[in-house]
Design a protein around this ligand. Structure first.
Ligand SMILES: Cc1ncc(COP(=O)(O)O)c(C=O)c1O
Length: 446
């Protein structure tokens, strides 16, 4: 079967509507061509992010009804604590309201002006938090990651030789393995690559931290793509991954299957203590870390549901279906399919738009103009000169859209591909100092 049958049925529906052509054009102008500024009610199909946007299960809603909203020692915290401990194998976790709060804690705990960080490719908020304290970031993806169309199963891997070279040189204070590698095309990291990387970091006494927000999807892809682990359960692959780290942080808005939440786990008890002191200053008491009891219940249940292999088969199957169908329309895509999103690389198809004029953003705008579809640029607009690709990312919210939504998206892309020569570039008219894509204002180049 080409499209995976959803292992659930719909119980509650949320209406969606396609605004008129004129309205879409007006909204684009009002939003200064930045899709983050378009009201979501005016979006027909929203692939902006898979972060916090998925559907909750009946078990999550049931647990949320029973949440304990006490400030200290709430039952919901102990539920979440047990769940994180079972999921990660780490003890004494620290709750945070979302991933970037953990990144800020990590920056304070491990980094300072001039400290080096090596990663398979840091995500933008992590990069923002680390550079905000003056750290220097070294992305070390493998050469295979640069080859969009090869079948290499683990393009999220870190380049082990470069990692070792950088560690040898000194000044590196932290290594971060992002699993799956969102910025590098949602590609998985092989468990064996993580194990080797961990061996190297131990040799140089530098802590390795996992950015675990999509660790369940990563582990399912390890099971499917590395024959050594084909008989392992996903739960065991997840646990084995965490064993090869000195800590981890997770935005629970992804594989936590929740709308909000996250956590930080650390092997070193001194660092944990310091993290808790800072948590109280920035996020809230150590028994909620910025979360309501309801959020904690949702995350406690969601973490366990993300390990369900029938769910993961459907989840990764849906991403594979959309990737394959888009590739058939003529657009280049990051191949093989990753865990949570389709990445369309526009440099070939839109070769008439130079990188300084944000060709991927041009497709982002056109998708909304023609189809009310919202996506995000992951290229020169997001990463400036550090961009290695000009991607448009179609992040699929979890358990939300059905096959017809994806088929509609493919038809709109097909239509744009035929007219691609008519697309124009953009220039920035305003940009903030950090994470500019969120607030940037743009205008089309005549
Ligand atoms: C790989 C990765 N790391 C970290 C984060 C940050 O998490 P949050 O949005 O919860 O702050 C994200 C969010 O998209 C992500 O994809």
């Amino acid at each position: 079967m080409r499209y995976p049958v959803e292992p659930f049925r719909v119980k509650v529906v949320e209406p969606i509507d396609l605004p008129t052509k004129e309205e879409r054009e007006r909204l684009l102008v009002e939003a200064r061509y930045n899709l983050f500024k378009i009201p979501s009610e005016k979006v027909f199909i929203d692939f902006l992010t898979d972060s916090g946007t998925g559907a909750l299960s009946q078990s999550q809603w049931a647990a949320m009804m029973e949440a304990d909203e006490s400030y200290a020692g709430p039952r919901s915290w102990f539920h979440l604590k047990r769940s994180i401990e079972e999921f990660t194998g780490y003890e004494d976790p620290i709750p945070v309201h979302q991933g970037r709060a953990a990144e800020k804690l990590l920056a304070s705990l491990y980094l300072h002006e001039g400290a080096g960080v090596v990663s398979n490719t840091l995500f933008d908020t992590t990069r923002g938090n680390f550079t905000a304290v003056g750290a220097k970031i070294y992305d070390a993806p493998t050469p295979e990651a640069q080859d969009l169309s090869s079948d290499h199963p683990f393009k999220g891997n870190v380049d082990l030789n470069r990692l070792e070279d950088l560690l040898k040189r000194g000044g590196i204070k932290l290594v971060v393995m992002v699993m799956t590698n969102n910025t590098g095309g949602g590609q998985p990291v092989d468990l064996d690559n993580l194990k080797e990387a961990y061996g190297i970091t131990r040799k140089y006494g530098v802590p390795l931290i996992i950015d675990a927000c999509r660790i369940s999807e990563n582990s399912y892809l390890v099971k499917k793509r590395n024959p050594k682990y084909s008989n392992w359960s996903v739960k065991d692959i997840v646990l084995e991954s965490f064993k090869h780290s000195d800590g981890a942080f997770m935005s629970g808005k992804k594989d936590g299957l929740s709308n909000m939440g996250g956590f930080l786990v650390l092997r070193d008890p001194q660092k944990r203590l310091r993290a808790k002191e800072l948590l109280i200053l920035w996020e809230g008491f150590i028994h909620y870390g910025g979360l309501s009891g309801r959020d904690m219940e949702s995350l406690a249940v969601g973490l366990m549901e993300s390990l369900d292999e029938r769910y993961l088969e459907y989840r990764t199957g849906q991403v594979a279906y959309l990737t394959e169908r888009i590739r058939e329309t003529g657009w280049d895509v990051m191949w093989p399919p990753g865990g949570h999103a389709v990445y369309v690389e526009v440099r070939n198809a839109l070769s008439h738009i130079p990188r300084e004029q944000f060709p991927a953003h041009s497709l982002v705008v056109e998708l909304y103009r023609r189809g009310g579809i919202r996506t995000v640029e992951v290229g020169s607009l997001m990463f400036k000169d550090a961009a290695r690709y000009e991607f448009v990312r179609f992040a699929i919210p979890r358990r939300m859209y059905l096959q017809s939504h994806l088929d509609y998206t493919v038809e709109v892309l097909e239509d744009i591909y035929r007219d691609r020569d008519k697309l124009r570039g953009y220039r920035i008219t305003y940009e903030p100092p950090f994470l500019r894509h969120f607030l940037a204002e743009l205008e089309p180049i005549a």
